[in-house]
Ligand binder design. Sequence first.
Ligand code: HEM
Length: 465
Amino acid sequence: MKDGVLNMVVIAEESQNNTGGKFPDGPNTPRFIQTIQGIFQPRKYLEERVLKYGDIYRAKFSGFPAQVVVSNPQAIQELFTADSKLFESGSGNTILQPLVGDSSLLLMDGERHLHQRRLLMPPFHGERMRTYGDLICNLTTETISNWEIGKTFSARAVMQEISLRVILRAVFGVDEGERFEKLRVLFKEMLDSFNSPLTSSVLFIKALQRDWGPWSLWGRFLRKRQQIDELLYGEIRERRSENNVERQDIMSLLMSARDEEGQGMTDVELRDELMTLLFAGHETTATTLAWALYWIHHSPEVREKLLKELEGIKTRDFTEISRLPYLNAVCSETLRIYPVAWFTFARTLKVPMRILDYEFPAGTMLSPCIYLIHHRPDIYPEPNSFKPERFLERQFSAYEFLPFGGGNRRCIGMAFALFEMKLVLVNILSQYTLALANKRPIQPARRGITFAPATDVRMVVKGKR
Ligand code: HEM
């Protein structure tokens, strides 16, 4: 964010501006304290603020201009349906830069973003997406084939194993061989560096991003990333020399893409986009699947209803599985109650914008808060209870239920993630009877920029079906 824009926001905040609209109120707690609260006590902090200041309030985080946290569906509708040329999102995603690089779709804006999005969308939709159905079922069955009665396992670890292999196969067309074995291990290790609120803080507080050697948190991350880069560049070099036009995978699609001047992507651009897909395309799905297994086994009624719906279903009938109403409701409720992303990307205004009664100056970062919207009692009565039925009784708008964000930045992997979740769950539940290893409730906690179960979801195999 440029200093000039930051100043504009500060001036507007101080003067409450003179255009008739107001700027939202918010806490005056120092930025650093708000940042720490946001990392370590996000739930308490969000819920308290919304009660005190309402569903549109101002927050301040270290390294960012004033941010406005929005959990009002009408305001979100206005924002998501406004001309996307009026705001930027990529420029506010610099926190992800160390992971995905400067040439990632996540950090792009304007024409470049649109162009790259158009290129990456088709493989994750429609018929192209369905071609991954057998792969998802096979990888799931293979991964769980060694389960024996009495075995306990970590739902997160198993779900991550499956989703990482699925995305590697979709992106590269292969996931076997030394290079991909190494890539799988390194990727898991790299993301596990940020598996607690304490270690996640390094992503949010730039001053902590120092290489103090291989034993320091940031040093370890940099070394893992370096090893991953070597593997990715190795694959890029090999593919360039091979020049195989028969390949149908996403990497080949990216390599054959040309811009208006006929230029292809550079090695660095390719690396950044590959990292983006590997990162965005598996952790999110793995976490949601771990939560789904938790919730299904947390409430016997939900499990029974789901198993009843699955009776007689063929695990390879992708169309039928995609349409199962209760399975869909279970997946939706899982994504509602503890979404993986608690915020969509922030939308930074390029021009002043009026939304409801508020007048926001250029430079304001508007941050739709998925978690708060999903916990509004006026939309979701008893918001802290897991009730899939609510999705059968009512249709929620795209501004009330938005686990995948919305507008011009809506997740490109939404259809793919839902498809994968449903197939994985059906395959597991139709092969084994499972139970939670202990009944203690699990809360969400920060894991890097996402939110995941605070403690491992441990499960036990009770029997074969
Ligand atoms: C349960 C799984 C997933 C969840 C909850 C999720 C959630 C999200 C959210 C909240 C956003 C930001 C949207 C916004 O700001 O409006 C996003 C963007 C994105 N997601 Fe996902 N995602 C999931 C799976 C995937 C998968 C499987 C892929 C792989 C293709 C993927 C790729 C992306 C990309 C590339 C973007 C950036 C889009 C852009 O900048 O235009 N996601 N996702």
